[in-house]
Design a protein. Sequence first.
Length: 96
Amino acid sequence: LKMENIRGCSLYIGPVSGSLLVRGCHDSDIFVCARQLRIHDSYSCNWYVQMASGPIIEDCNAMQFAPYTLDYPDLASQVERAMLQSTVGSDWWRQV
């Protein structure tokens, strides 16, 4: 999944079996469950994440990270289909 030039948004993203590439994200709240998160040229965002590895962050500032708190009826089955069961309860957000 690729996101570019996002400003002042709240994004709620269900499980992504691959990576999420973000460039130019500003003043936004993003909830994402993904195998990998790559953020470039972004600032002033709140990230609520569940990942299989630590994020790659380049040329960013004022970023805050917290656990993924999104919940909806089919989330567990979508996490399983995306083969991201090992990410449930992960604390990569703490290691940023």
